[in-house]
Design a protein around this ligand. Structure first.
Ligand code: ADP
Length: 374
């Protein structure tokens, strides 16, 4: 091991022993350490005896500082008193006495030393307490964060299992409705047949909602993938998938510069763009419809956006639309939907440490912005 490495390990161990661990602040052992430190300081001062003038500051003050760092406020004050006692006895004429002359001679320098000692002890102890409080709060916050994450994960697991198990009886209902229609349609009148159609339609809708719930809950359970993703390629693939819809409806997809690369999962980022772009296309009643995709990289993290000139969203619905199964329109208006798309988008974005928000002018259009964390 090199000397530098030895030295680093030594300093690290010392720091752990005396500064980070601090198991005995203010306890008896702290006072023993104070004695040892002041003893060393005295030895140093005695070696330097021929040098005169105010050296108790140079020699005893570091010992006082170390005492408060290691032991706390009172051991620091204790060290200060030892310092001024030693300064009076050993280094004030007539030397090696507590005579009246020595006490008078050292009075003012001792007073200044005492005041300085109190200020240093109070400041260092204050900083230590603040640091300890901050460390405790940080630890508690981390613990709570881990707890919430664990609760969310088990909720997602529960939702996934419950949704999965609900699908089987639902499939049964749909199948029996089909058998009823196939085998007994003739025995039922028109409204009877319509009821069966409604049962099938509702079962299909419920099945779609359960599928969305499964997709949503699986996102919370799945491993978080973080690899470099070429966002331009992701949007190209989404545009390719949606191109048939655009040719039919006459949409124009504008790309404002390159989108660049981010850390994430191409499939998940694809889902985000797929949802936002298809919504931008769906909720648009203009004769000339466009969607613009871009990225602002001027800040600390890239902000992606999907802008449209569609119907817009009133401000009082800006939070609502991220709620699962929330739609602002009748069931089949604007091509229908489950109302789960934006909830899934939000969950993906937040799992990557990002956030999503929007700006919209009803009747003019909407911009969805999102980040994907650092
Ligand atoms: P879905 O599209 O299946 O209804 P979403 O969660 O994707 O579900 O969207 C929720 C609601 O938000 C939609 O029903 C729609 O009213 C509104 N919305 C989403 N995107 C847009 C948009 N780009 N412009 C206008 N309204 C939108």
């Amino acid at each position: 091991m090199s000397t530098t490495k030895h030295l680093t390990t030594f300093v690290h161990n010392l720091k752990q022993r005396f500064v980070e661990a601090q198991p005995k602040r203010g306890e008896f052992s702290s006072y023993v350490i104070v004695f040892a430190l002041m003893g060393v300081a005295l030895l140093v001062r005695l070696v330097m005896a021929p040098v005169n003038a105010g050296l108790q500051y140079v020699t005893f003050f570091p010992a006082v500082t170390l005492s408060v760092v290691i032991g706390g406020f009172w051991p620091g004050i204790f060290a200060t008193f030892i310092g001024l006692t030693l300064a009076t006895y050993f280094f004030t004429p007539p030397f090696y006495s507590f005579s009246r002359e020595a006490l008078q001679g050292s009075f003012w320098s001792n007073m200044v030393f005492l005041v300085d000692g109190i200020i240093v002890c109070a400041s260092i102890e204050g900083m230590h307490r603040y640091r300890a409080k901050y460390a405790a709060e940080l630890k508690e916050a981390k613990y709570q964060e881990a707890r919430v994450a664990a609760i969310n994960k088990s909720l997602d697991e529960f939702t996934y299992i419950a949704a999965h198990d609900l699908k089987e009886p639902l499939r049964g209902i749909h199948n029996y409705a089909s058998f009823l229609k196939e085998d007994h349609a003739a025995q039922l009148d028109e409204s009877g047949n319509q009821y069966i159609d409604s049962i099938q339609r509702l079962a299909e809708r419920l099945s779609t909602l359960i599928d969305s719930l499964m997709v949503y809950s699986r996102l919370g359970v799945a491993e978080l993938v973080k690899v470099p993703v070429d966002v331009d390629a992701v949007v190209d693939a989404v545009a390719e998938d949606l191109s048939r819809l655009w040719t039919r409806e006459g949409f124009e997809l504008r790309r404002n510069g390159r989108l660049g690369t981010v850390q994430g999962d191409a499939a998940r980022i694809g889902e985000v763009f797929q949802n936002l772009i298809s919504n931008a296309a769906k909720y648009n009643d203009k004769s000339s419809k466009w969607i613009e995709v871009g990225c602002d990289r001027s800040g600390t993290q890239p902000i992606f956006y999907v802008r449209d000139n569609g119907i817009g969203i009133p401000a009082h619905h800006h939070d609502n639309i991220f709620r699962i199964f929330k739609r602002l329109h009748e069931q089949n208006k604007y091509g229908g939907g489950t109302g789960a798309g934006l909830t899934i988008v939000k969950k993906i974005v937040e799992r990557y440490g990002g956030r999503i928000w929007l700006e919209s002018v009803p009747g003019e259009g909407t911009v969805f912005y999102f980040t994907l964390g650092a």
